[in-house]
Design a protein around this ligand. Structure first.
Ligand SMILES: Nc1ncnc2c1ncn2[C@@H]1O[C@H](COP(=O)(O)OP(=O)(O)OP(=O)(O)O)[C@@H](O)[C@H]1O
Ligand SMILES: [Mg+2]
Length: 270
C-alpha cells in the first residue's frame, strides 16, 4: 500500500495518515503505535485525559515533533517535507494561543501573509480585521498579546490560522478557558469551516459535548495509545472500560449525536 496516497483533486481539504507512530521522551513512551487516517473534508476529534499525549500527537501532525518510529503523511506527502510546505496550507491553533509577544495582535494575525509577502499591507490590514471580527474580536489590532485575556488570545490564534486559508486545521483545545457563549461561537466557526468550506479539521478537546456534537469520527487516546477509533456512535459503544470511564466521568449524554448527518461523501475511502 502506498504510505502516502495522493490527495483527492475534487476536495479542498487534504487528508492525513499516521502509521505506527511511536514517541518517547527520556525513555518514557508518550505515543505507542498510533495508527489512524483523517479523510479529506473530515472533522476528526481526538479526546483523552490530561497527559495522554494529545498535544504531542498534534505536534507530530504538523511536523513540529519528529517520530521515533512510524510515518505521517499530509495531503499525500510526508509531513514537514518541502513538497508539503510548497503545496499545502496547514494551520495549527495552539492550546496556549502561542502568539509572539514582540508583535502586536494585528501583526501576529497577519504574520503568514506579511512574511510570505502574499498581499500588500493595506489588504493584509483588511483581512486581519475581517478574521478578527469573525472570531468576535474588535479593535485589538494595535494591542500587544499580553494585554488580552486568555480567551481573547485563543480567539486571536484562531484568526491567525484562518488568515492562511488552510486546507487542514489542527485545533488544540479550541474552547477551553472560554466563556460558554464564546465557546459555542468558536464551535460553530469550526463547524462552518469544515462543513461549508470543506477544511479538513482535527480537533483535540476535553469537552465531550463539543466532541460528540461536531465529530464525523473520533479517537480516544489513553496513556499514549488509541483505545477507540470510529464514529461517535462506535466510540460510545466501545467495550473498553477505560473509554467508558472517560466518557461517563461527570457527564451524561442522553441525546444521540447528529454529527454524521453532515459527513463527507467519501466514506468508501480506504
Ligand atoms: N518536549 C517534551 N519533553 C518531555 N516530555 C514531554 C514533552 N512534551 C510532552 N511531554 C510529556 O508527554 C506527555 C503527554 O503530554 P501532552 O502535552 O501531549 O498531553 P495532553 O494529552 O495534551 O494533556 P492536556 O490535556 O493536559 O493538554 C506528558 O507526560 C508530558 O509531560
Ligand atoms: Mg494538551
Amino acid at each position: 500500500m502506498d504510505p502516502c496516497p495522493p490527495p483527492d483533486p475534487n476536495q479542498r481539504g487534504i487528508g492525513l495518515s499516521v502509521r505506527g507512530l511511536c514517541k518517547s521522551y527520556d525513555g518514557h513512551p508518550v505515543l505507542e503505535d498510533i495508527n489512524f487516517e483523517v479523510r479529506p473534508g473530515e472533522l476528526f476529534v481526538i479526546m483523552g485525559p490530561s497527559g495522554s499525549g494529545k498535544t504531542v500527537l498534534l505536534k507530530h501532525l504538523i511536523g513540529l515533533e519528529q517520530p521515533d518510529a512510524g510515518q505521517i503523511c499530509v495531503g499525500g506527502v510526508p509531513v514537514g517535507s518541502p513538497e508539503m510546505l510548497d503545496r499545502h496550507r496547514v494551520a495549527m491553533v495552539f492550546q496556549s494561543g502561542a502568539l509572539l509577544n514582540s508583535l502586536t495582535v494585528g501583526e501576529n494575525v497577519g504574520l503568514y501573509l506579511s512574511e510570505h509577502r502574499l498581499k500588500p499591507p493595506e489588504e493584509i490590514r483588511r483581512i486581519v480585521a475581517e478574521k478578527l471580527a469573525l472570531v468576535g474580536l474588535k479593535d485589538v489590532e494595535d494591542k500587544m498579546p499580553s494585554e488580552l485575556s486568555g480567551g481573547m488570545r485563543k480567539r486571536a490564534a484562531l484568526a491567525r490560522a484562518l488568515v492562511m486559508d488552510p486546507q487542514l486545521i489542527l485545533y488544540d483545545e479550541p474552547t477551553s478557558e472560554l466563556d460558554p457563549l464564546i465557546a459555542v461561537t468558536i464551535g460553530e466557526e469550526i463547524l462552518r469551516l469544515n462543513r461549508r468550506m470543506g477544511v479538513t479539521s482535527v480537533v483535540v478537546t476535553h469537552e465531550r459535548e463539543l466532541a460528540f456534537g461536531i465529530a464525523h469520527r473520533m479517537a480516544i487516546l489513553f496513556q499514549g495509545r488509541l483505545l477507540a477509533l470510529g464514529t461517535p456512535e462506535e466510540v460510545r459503544a466501545s467495550p473498553h472500560p477505560e473509554v467508558q470511564r472517560f466518557l461517563q466521568a461527570g457527564f451524561h449524554f442522553d441525546s444521540p449525536s447528529e454529527a454524521n448527518q453532515g459527513a463527507p461523501h467519501h466514506e468508501k475511502h480506504p
